[in-house]
Design a protein around this ligand. Structure first.
Ligand code: SAM
Length: 192
């Protein structure tokens, strides 16, 4: 990314954080190192989809593209209309959906997509209400077709959701020091 674009991306992210700190969850986009860690943990086979929840300015999406996932197999859901518009410009060819990730089932049905290999959530989860956490985890896991995986990155050293109460297992798959703040990558599975 050119320096001018990087500044524009960082400014937009920070401005949206000033407007809605809880929903943004961070003052700056994820680092390329975190994007690579996520991309390496993604499960994908040709023809299948990767769904990203909370695209922001596209830092993680860029990692998915660099991993070789075709743009037309990447669906990015972003609640903030200004960020969704930015994503549409930054990521031509990707399927960018301005919308609420808690309605993922409806979004995928409207797109006619039923073969999702990986759901990546960059949504802030730690201090969110239980109903929100439940909706995201349930919608994400329900969207997957086997073999599939749901990944969540967070700044929390412990699982970012109350796994047992949600009936899932949250497994720490990576930690990434080269991110501000350092990040953890979690994989969610239904409890056996
Ligand atoms: C921590 S930022 C992550 C942004 C980007 N993926 C990154 O890693 O740089 C969280 C993003 O989730 C979006 N978001 C929050 N709630 C959402 C929801 N219910 N549905 C979709 N996106 C949401 C925010 O607008 C924000 O862009």
């Amino acid at each position: 990314m050119q320096q001018a674009e990087f500044v524009k991306e960082s400014e937009l992210f920070f401005r949206q954080w000033l407007r809605s700190p809880r929903s943004m969850g961070s003052i700056k986009p994820s680092s390329p190192a975190l994007a690579r860690a996520i991309a390496e943990a993604v499960v994908w086979q040709p023809g299948r989809y990767v769904v990203e929840l909370g695209g922001g300015t596209g830092a993680i999406t860029q990692g998915l593209i660099e991993r070789g996932i075709p743009r037309d197999r990447i669906v990015v859901v972003e609640l903030d209309p200004e960020l969704a518009a930015f994503l549409g410009r930054r990521l031509p060819g990707c399927v960018v959906v301005p919308g609420d990730a808690t309605r993922l089932d409806r979004i995928l049905a409207d797109l006619g997509i039923d073969d999702v290999a990986t759901v990546v959530s960059g949504l802030p989860m730690v201090r969110m209400p239980f109903d929100f956490q439940k909706a995201i985890v349930e919608q994400g896991l329900r969207a997957l077709r086997e073999p599939g995986t749901m990944l969540q990155y967070s700044y929390s050293p412990v699982p970012p959701v109350p796994a047992r109460r949600l009936g899932i297992r949250a497994e720490l798959v990576r930690y990434v020091l080269r991110n501000l703040p350092p990040a953890t990558v979690w994989r969610y599975r239904r409890a056996a």
